[in-house]
Design a protein around this ligand. Structure first.
Ligand code: PEP
Ligand code: MN
Length: 342
């Protein structure tokens, strides 16, 4: 249920509304808008329908949200969400988040070199996996905490926010010490314990779409994080499984405007994991921006043939800089800009 507040609802009426909601055994989230403020009431929909919410002073209307996701919905918040990522970089509401870096952290020198190049090319967030979800248990699994330290050092040295993947609720506390954003990968999109755990932190979460997840599945996973109190969720389209093996996955670009019509959360596109092919990444990155994405996630390596993970899909730093140059030309047509890290 969403409570629409009267325009002249006072702060003490609002406090009273919160008390009543809690008394009824429900939870709430406030969304302050320019024209109207809303209170999302969270609880079992059947019980909510019978609750006398409309009778509370300051309440103008009570609207049922028929969709199963509530806090993620446009009904709950009309305006686009935007989040501060650190070092003057923001995402959403016109600001593009340009994530780049190697699939895995492989060592300080390699990461520093790649990071300098992607930053010069226009990236504003540095990525690198320290815990890697590999299909084979015999593949490189990541450097662990040593990798996290390297990522933090390089990010600090270059003044860039950093993002890294968390695979298990037991890793949240450790990774929280080193990263600016948590990434939840496709394979863990429905790891509900993990979603609950990152939902209790204050860090933005980059939530990647599962390989066979519907748009509704993705938004329900975002809802887990939001309902734990963390409002900073960024969604990522990274391709879904299809019958066609000519690309690694099938990039669902229509998902971007689709999700943005249903939700206020920022949506970014990862053409690297979606296509798995460096020759297709530049055009799909541009298409992502044209589809309305709030950012692009691209894997870059200075020597892809030596990469310990996903080398076959990595762009070279020069190729990356060229993509960003084109995005810089395209972005203003869509009212977007790329913030530079300070
Ligand atoms: C990654 O970003 O390196 C990754 C493993 O992505 P995904 O979860 O989308 O496969
Ligand atoms: Mn990868």
């Amino acid at each position: 249920m969403i409570i629409v507040l009267k325009p002249d609802c006072t702060e003490s009426q609002l406090e009273h509304i919160f008390e009543k909601i809690e008394e009824m055994g429900f939870r709430y989230e406030l969304s302050r808008g320019v024209k109207r403020s809303l209170v999302g009431v969270i609880g079992e929909e059947d019980q909510l329908r019978n609750a006398p919410l409309r009778a509370i002073p300051g309440v103008e209307d009570v609207v049922p949200v028929l969709k199963p996701f509530k806090l993620a919905s446009r009904e709950f918040q009309e305006h686009d969400s935007s989040f501060d990522l650190g070092h003057g970089v923001r995402v959403g509401d016109g600001d593009l988040m340009m994530i780049a870096g190697p699939c895995a952290i492989e060592g300080e020198d390699v990461l520093m070199e790649i990071a300098k190049e992607v930053k010069a090319g226009g990236a504003n967030v540095l990525r690198g996996g320290a815990f890697k979800p590999r299909t084979s248990p015999y593949s490189f699994q990541g450097m662990g905490e040593e990798g996290l330290k390297i990522l933090r050092n390089v990010g600090d040295e270059l003044g860039m926010p950093v993002v890294t993947e968390v695979m298990d609720p037991r890793q949240v506390e450790l990774i929280d010490k080193y990263t600016d954003l948590f990434q939840i990968g496709a394979r863990n999109m429905q790891n509900f314990n993990l979603l609950n755990e990152v939902g209790q932190t204050n860090r933005p979460v980059l939530l990647k779409r599962g390989m066979s997840a519907t748009v509704q599945d993705l938004l329900m996973s975002a809802e887990y994080i939001l309902s734990n109190g963390n409002k900073q969720v960024i969604l990522c389209e990274r391709g879904i499984r299809s019958f066609d093996s000519s690309t690694r996955n099938l990039l669902d670009l229509a998902m971007v405007p689709n999700v943005k019509s249903l939700s206020h959360l920022p949506v970014i596109v990862d053409p690297s994991h979606a296509t798995g092919r460096p020759d297709l990444i530049p055009s799909m990155a541009l298409a992502g921006i044209a589809a309305g994405a709030d950012g692009i996630h691209i894997e870059v390596h200075n020597c892809p043939e030596k990469a310990l993970s996903d080398g076959q899909q990595a762009l070279l730093p020069d190729q990356y800089a060229e993509v960003i140059k084109q995005i810089r030309e395209l972005a203003p047509l869509f009212g977007k800009r790329i913030p530079q890290p300070q």
